[in-house]
Design a protein around this ligand. Structure first.
Ligand code: 0A1
Ligand code: ZN
Length: 863
């Protein structure tokens, strides 16, 4: 229910209102009598008054009723409820407070607090789920040492896990058993976890750099055990990497991971007991794509890295969320890059940033990396906090260089270990150990919006001088109409357009004013500008480079990211011209792609990324108003031309890549990626054998990457093979919900004219259920990023999404609210579509009993 105050608006929490806690809780002991229908939770808190004040102890609760309140062992009557909060008057400076509540895990469909997933009892407490389990000061700066005892039916819940190390276990009689766990590290309540279930473990031992043995276990249902090796291997690799790269060693004797099917996010870093969405654990070649394998390694590493960046050092308040998330994403990105190709990983990360974060920063939900206010904190687990936050860390790492960056992270870990810190604390460490001034750089934390840089290079042939004029603007965003200039670290290099030679070394330019000129002397031949190499700053760059310059860079730049970027820009310029004028010259793109395909110095994975056209959404982001039909037509026309003009090359690339048997290695992954990209172009060419080629790949595949690649190609077309492949796929995997998610999303992402209709039908399919977040996302989430289908001129796409979100909000508000942003981007489309989108937002807002989560997202989207 909406928590409405007297103003009729939900309450807003502001960063500037932060106050230290009134009471600390050094020790917490919890006793759970577990039962899916009625679990009783007895909590014993040692509490200490923090500072000189006479305020009562306020314990957060959410849907809890106190069945007992005791202080220092005596029944206590001096308490009351203030809404959901338990307020206890206490006379002294320290007391022991006991409470008891009963909760119902099996009816918890929000998946926050203690809930049941496929018969496994598990918890999710970040950000404010612990208050759904017991009364507690549920804020990240109250660190407590936890002891947990749980009792449960032995047959249904043979495995009992909690944070920290196991202490004792035994039989409780009546078919029940008990276990006790203790976590020696003080932690905030959001890191609490317990699990009870019928689980089997894939185990290993990791010996840390100081020689301690850690028992690792990945817990899943028995039947899923064969699909856990990749995750376990990733965990060991991540543990060794964090020692080698950051000097961080694991600190408990056990590290447990549990996979569950119903989970709101990807995974959760609970101390010593990570809980995962099963899609980020389970993999074998038959059911998981290379993309899934990479995602698993990345998320396993991410959660593990949180043990230091998040758990040992946590956040003072939720406005500091990027302190742990931005840094940890940066760490997992670096880890993944080290496991394969740095260039391809950077391309993938930038593509993800542009797909999710740039639109967020340009829309009604834009917010700074360190926000100033929120209604519902769950809505702030965003691409801005995570991915833009990671870019901020990356920029500081670029400015400091590897040695000083390592010194700065050492200082941070050393100084703030065991505390709840702020983004400011992190930046101060960067400044101190890096020996640089980051005063102006801090604006990256406070100003929202993607900066735009205009770079104009002019050459005075006679004088041998080149002048680079740089200009930056930061767009207005909600609540921030006027912006100050940022510090933009831009890696820059010049190449000679005639000789192809490097004209000097790479420069790191720190653009800090609104405009700046950089003079290059001794430049005798016409220079071509390579700028923002490696995507050194998360900005939009506009240059005066010609198509020939871009083609040149796409073939000659020594920075692989810059090569990719030049090709993307060439494609984008062509597509935007085509959308604007109805048609455009494709020759430059065709020749550049031909060149890349024929370059034997390049690996397949890079080629596959470089020859891929920008997505319809990203093309739309370059235009003042999005015309989804025109964008689709322009992109399809270019795809067809590329397919036809280079058909021989695509077939050759296809045949070459086809020769590989399955192996999960960077080279084999690259070959598979290029194979499916080539298949897409052969299909786009209109070749009569394309569907049968795809169907053969579908049927003969010895791995899911090839199979799903072929299915995606077929699903976008109208061949007979399409229906056959979808049926075969469904029947083959009908008992595997993670693969069925792919069956739903492949159809929701399809470019067919009837996709809106198909998706409405799929929502009535017996396997579609809103209660499972992965399934809801596989249909609604996938459909709403399918630009053309979602923006169908009839408005049925908008209506469908709104209907689904209204239904989902009653089950799981957090997941519903996360799926709302596409409906809020009405300013980006024509008036007629905008009106229909707004009407759906209004309809959502008018729903009685709408969640606070949805209210915040929908109301902000209408402004
Ligand atoms: N801290 C986790 C993300 C996460 C946040 C909230 C959740 O609640 C449902 C779950 C997970 C991470 O960064 O992986
Ligand atoms: Zn995280």
């Amino acid at each position: 229910m909406l928590d409405v105050q007297h103003t009729g608006q939900p309450s807003v929490t502001r960063r500037e209102d932060y106050l230290v806690p009134d009471w600390m809780v050094p020790e917490t002991s919890l006793d759970f009598a577990l039962d899916p229908a009625a679990t009783t939770v007895e909590a014993t808190l040692s509490v200490e008054r923090n500072g000189e004040h006479d305020r009562p102890l306020r314990l957060d609760g959410d849907g809890l009723t106190p069945e007992l309140v005791r202080v220092d062992g005596e029944d206590w009557s001096n308490w009351c409820m203030d809404g959901p909060t338990l307020v206890i008057e206490l006379p002294g400076a320290s007391h022991t407070v006991e409470t008891r509540v009963t909760i119902c895990p099996e009816r918890n469909t929000q998946l926050m607090g203690l809930y049941s997933s496929g018969g496994i009892l598990c918890t999710q407490c970040e950000a404010e789920g612990f208050r759904r389990i017991t009364f507690f000061p549920d804020r990240p700066d109250v660190l407590s040492r936890y002891k947990v005892r749980m009792t449960a039916d032995k047959a249904r819940y043979p495995i009992l896990l909690a944070n920290g190390d196991p202490v004792a276990s035994g039989d409780a009689g009546d078919g029940r058993h008990w276990a006790e766990w203790g976590d020696p590290f003080p932690k905030p309540s959001y890191l609490f976890a317990l699990v009870a279930g019928d689980l089997a473990a894939n185990r290993a031992t990791f010996t840390t750099q100081s020689g301690r043995d850690v028992q690792l276990a990945i817990w899943v249902r028995e039947k899923d055990l064969p699909r856990t090796d990749h995750a376990l291997h990733a965990l060991k690799t991540a543990m060794a990497w964090d020692e080698a790269t950051y000097g961080r060693e694991y600190d408990l004797d056990v590290f447990n991971i549990v996979a569950v099917d119903d989970f709101n996010f990807g995974a959760m870093e609970n101390k010593g007991l990570n809980i995962f969405n099963s899609r980020y654990i389970l993999a074998d070649p038959d059911t998981a794509t290379d993309y899934d394998y990479d995602g698993i390694a990345g998320v396993v590493a991410h959660e593990y890295f949180h043990n230091w960046s998040g758990n040992r050092i946590t956040c003072r308040d939720w406005f500091q969320l990027s302190l742990k998330e931005g840094f940890t994403v940066f760490r997992d990105q670096s880890f993944s890059a080290d496991q394969g190709s740095h260039a391809v990983k950077r391309i993938e990360d930038v593509r993800a940033l542009r797909a999710a974060q740039f639109p967020e920063d340009a829309g009604p939900l834009a917010h700074p990396v360190r926000p100033d206010a929120y209604q519902e904190i769950s809505n702030f687990y965003t691409a801005t906090i995570y991915n833009k936050g990671a870019e901020l860390i990356r920029m500081m790492a670029t400015m400091l260089g590897p040695q000083r960056f390592r010194a700065a992270t050492d200082l941070y870990f050393d100084r703030f270990d065991g505390t709840a810190a702020t983004c400011e604390d992190f930046v101060t460490c960067m400044e101190e150990a890096g020996g640089i001034d980051l005063i102006q750089f801090r604006r990256w934390y406070s100003q929202a919006g993607t900066p735009r840089v205009t770079a104009t290079l002019t050459h005075e042939a006679g004088g041998g001088r080149a002048v680079l004029s740089l200009r930056q603007t930061v767009p207005p965003t909600p609540g921030q109409p006027v912006k100050e200039p940022m510090v933009l670290p831009l890696r820059i290099k010049l190449f000679g357009s005639d000789t192809g030679a490097e004209l000097g070394d790479e420069h790191l330019v720190l653009l800090s004013g609104e405009s700046e000129e950089i003079i290059f002397e001794g430049i005798s031949e016409r220079p071509v500008l390579s700028i923002n190499r490696g995507f050194s700053a998360p900005v939009i760059v506009e240059t005066n480079r010609t198509p020939a310059d871009l083609a040149f860079l796409s073939a000659r730049d020594d920075d692989p990211f810059a090569r990719y970027e030049a090709m993307q820009q060439l494609m984008l310029d062509t597509l935007v011209a085509s959308v604007t004028h109805g048609r455009a010259e494709h020759d430059n793109v065709v020749e550049a792609v031909r060149n890349t395909l024929g370059d034997e110095t390049l690996d397949s994975a890079f080629i596959a990324e470089a020859v891929l056209l920008p997505s319809e959404s990203f093309i739309g982001d370059q235009m003042p108003l999005v015309d989804p039909e025109a964008i689709h037509r322009a992109r399809e026309a270019l795809r067809r031309d590329l397919g036809r003009s280079l058909e021989r090359e695509w077939r050759a690339a296809y045949e070459q890549a086809k020769a590989n048997r399955f192996e999960y290695s960077p080279a084999a992954k690259g070959a598979r990626r290029l194979k499916t990209v080539a298949l897409g172009y052969i299909t786009a060419s209109g070749a009569p054998d394309a569907a049968s080629l795809a169907f053969v790949q579908f049927e003969q595949a010895d791995n899911m990457t090839d199979r799903q690649g072929a299915l995606t190609t077929l699903a976008g077309g109208t061949s007979d093979e399409r229906v056959a492949a979808l049926d075969i796929f469904y029947n083959r995997y009908s008992d595997n919900s993670l693969v069925l998610d792919k069956w739903f999303s492949t159809q929701a992402l399809s470019a067919r004219d009837d996709t809106p209709e198909q998706v409405e039908q799929l929502a009535r399919h017996p396997d579609f259920k809103l209660s499972n977040p992965n399934r809801a996302r596989s249909l609604i989430g996938a459909f709403s990023v399918n630009q053309r289908a979602f923006h169908d001129a009839s408005g049925r796409g908008y209506r469908f999404v709104a209907d689904q979100l209204i239904a989902l909000d009653k089950i799981n508000p957090q997941t519903a609210a996360k799926l709302l942003p596409p409906l809020g981007r009405w300013k980006r489309v024509d008036a007629k579509r905008a009106e229909m989108m707004r009407a759906e937002l209004e309809r959502i807002l008018a729903v009685p009993g709408l969640s606070k989560d949805m209210f915040e997202q929908a109301s902000k989207s209408l402004e």
